[in-house]
Each structure stands twice: as structure tokens, then as C-alpha cells.
Design a protein around this ligand. Structure first.
Ligand code: ADP
Ligand code: MG
Length: 238
């Protein structure tokens, strides 16, 4: 069953068609990676899904409901949650308090402490529970933010370059975190440029190029496609 259905989505900035008539379907339960060279239009496509940028044309349907005209916060109510490239945590609050801000809206007061402890374990941050979030390592901050996005109990989690600035070890741990979220039933769409991460997690991959969907398939299929290699090497303007 399709969780997200996008039809004919288009957006231009001046003369530049950054999203050009894109059709895209994300199945419920999928862990899908969106890749493509710099400037391909990945972040803009993401912002259109989030509702931070409004399209010139096209339609976005989430779980059967047309959300094209909904504002970002209304999309969150429909089950969309996001973690941006830049951490949005509260640096002076402790790790636990950060989770509390995200959990308190959909959790009873008496269940809150248990939920926070559960999430700390899941994120591997139990030892840092009382530390100010600003003292966490770069990777830990990213995990906390993914955790906060997950606290909203999303149907669809959007991650824009979650491993940016991470070491290979942190990147791998992030992959495991994202896979276990997906195993719990969260549908995930990740924009990612780290191909080791994509190989580790992706069930399906979409390649964007010049605002269009250029290729789609399993990691193996996409990696074996010489046209995909060519756009990364800057040899194609198709
Ligand atoms: P990616 O995330 O794949 O690197 P982006 O969606 O960030 O690609 O950008 C695609 C193209 O759209 C780039 O050429 C970028 O300069 C342009 N672009 C993105 N946002 C804007 C904007 N708000 N105004 C003008 N041009 C933009
Ligand atoms: Mg981008």
C-alpha cells in the first residue's frame, strides 16, 4: 500500500526547474534512500513534501489524504516527522529533558519517565541522560534529534543527510538506528550522499538529477547502472 503518493510535482525558482513534474510513490513500511549529485533538487523535493516550499503544480497524498495545501504543522498532525541536517535540539537542556519536550504531547504524565528511559536505551544515550545536550558528540546530537522526531510517533520519517559530518563508525551506528526504527514500522525516506550508508540501509533507491527522477531500483540495480555513474562523474546532462 502506498503511504506517500506524489503526482506531477513541479517547482521552479526563476528559470530553473528544480522539481520537474515528479511522480513518486513510497510504500508503507519502506526504507527508501534518495540520492543524486549536488544541486539535483533533493532538498527542494524534501521541502515540498514537508510543506515548507509550496509547489507550482502537482499533488501530494499521504495515507490517502491530499495534503498538498496543508501547512507543515498540519502535515505533522497527519503523521509526518522530520530531522533536518542542522540539529534542532535544546543545548542547555539535558538529554532527558530534550526527549521530554518531544514526548509530553502524546504521552500520559505517569508514563513519561518510562518512555524517556526506553528512548534513551534505544538511542544508546542512557549514560548521557543528565548531560546538557550541547555536550554530546556530533553523532550523539544527531541520534537525539532522530529520537525526538520519532517521539512524535510518525508514520513517515524524513531525514535529510542524517550522517553529515559523522565518522564511519557513527555513520554505521546511525544506519542501525534507522533500520531498527523501520523494523518497528516507521516508513523512512532518507536523503543521503554516503553510499556506504545507502548500501547498509536502503531497500529501494531513487536517483534524482536535474529535478527529475533519473533512476529507481534496489541499491544493486542503481549501482550497476552506468547512466547513474555518468551523472556522478558529471558526464551526463540527460
Ligand atoms: P540538492 O539538495 O540535491 O543539492 P537543492 O534542492 O538544494 O539540491 O537545489 C537544487 C537547485 O535549486 C540548486 O541549483 C539550487 O541552487 C536551487 N535552489 C534551491 N533552493 C532555491 C531557492 N530558494 N531559490 C533559488 N534557487 C534555489
Ligand atoms: Mg541538499
Amino acid at each position: 500500500m502506498a503511504l506517500l503518493e506524489i503526482q506531477g510535482l513541479s517547482k521552479h525558482f526563476g528559470g530553473l526547474h528544480v522539481t520537474a513534474d515528479v511522480d513518486f510513490t513510497l510504500d508503507a513500511g519502506e526504507l527508501h534512500c534518495l540520492i543524486g549529485p549536488n544541486g539535483a533538487g533533493k532538498s527542494t523535493f524534501f521541502r515540498l513534501i514537508l510543506g515548507v516550499v509550496s509547489p507550482d503544480r502537482g499533488k501530494i497524498v499521504l495515507a490517502g489524504k491530499d495534503i498538498t495545501r496543508l501547512k507543515p504543522f498540519q502535515r505533522v498532525h497527519e503523521g509526518m516527522s522530520v530531522k533536518f541536517q542542522v540539529p534542532g535540539i535544546f543545548k542547555t537542556l539535558s538529554v532527558s529533558q530534550n526527549l521530554q519536550t518531544a514526548l509530553q504531547h502524546n504521552c500520559d504524565a505517569d508514563a513519561l519517565a518510562g518512555k524517556i528511559a526506553e528512548m534513551l536505551d534505544f538511542l544508546g544515550l542512557a549514560a548521557e541522560a543528565r548531560s546538557p545536550a550541547g555536550n554530546l558528540s556530533h553523532g550523539q546530537k544527531q541520534w537525539l534529534e532522530i529520537g525526538m522526531a520519532v517521539c512524535l510517533k510518525p508514520r513517515l520519517l524524513l531525514l535529510d543527510e542524517p550522517t553529515a559530518g559523522m565518522s564511519p563508525k557513527e555513520t554505521e551506528a546511525t544506519g542501525e538506528l534507522v533500520k531498527s526504527l523501520n523494523a518497528q514500522g516507521v516508513t523512512v525516506l532518507v536523503v543521503e550522499h554516503d553510499m556506504a550508508f545507502v548500501r547498509q540501509v536502503a531497500q529501494r533507491v531513487t536517483v534524482m538529477h536535474l529535478g527529475r527522477i533519473f533512476a529507481q531500483g534496489t541499491v544493486e540495480e542503481v549501482m550497476a547502472d552506468s547512466r547513474v555513474e555518468a551523472i556522478y562523474l558529471g558526464r551526463s546532462h540527460a
